[in-house]
Ligand binder design. Sequence first.
Ligand SMILES: [Zn+2]
Length: 117
Amino acid sequence: MANMTVERLHELFDEYPDKENLMWEGVCHDCQSSVIITASPQPDGIHVNGGSVFEPKTNKFFLKCNTCYEKEPALSNFQNCEVYSRVVGYLRPVTQWNDGKQAEFNDRKMFNTQPES
Ligand SMILES: [Zn+2]
């Protein structure tokens, strides 16, 4: 998994037009030190400071500090969360469902069991 592309950064800026800079705050995937990564548009392109951002799945971000990025520029050993849900009477990982059932799953809505006050 390589780090985020410039195109994706532009997409994110388009999604949040009110934001001048994008910021990710968290811990480095490799060494667990805390990192703050910013992306700011400059006349010569988007400047990324503080480390690297990875997005193996849309809107699932992983961060790396500069030191770890220099050691290993690829993100490895990350794990996507496996989601099990009920389909035709069985609990199966959603990733193994057929396309039609996955589309139905994405249409499912959470409901609130608490009465509205
Ligand atoms: Zn690190």
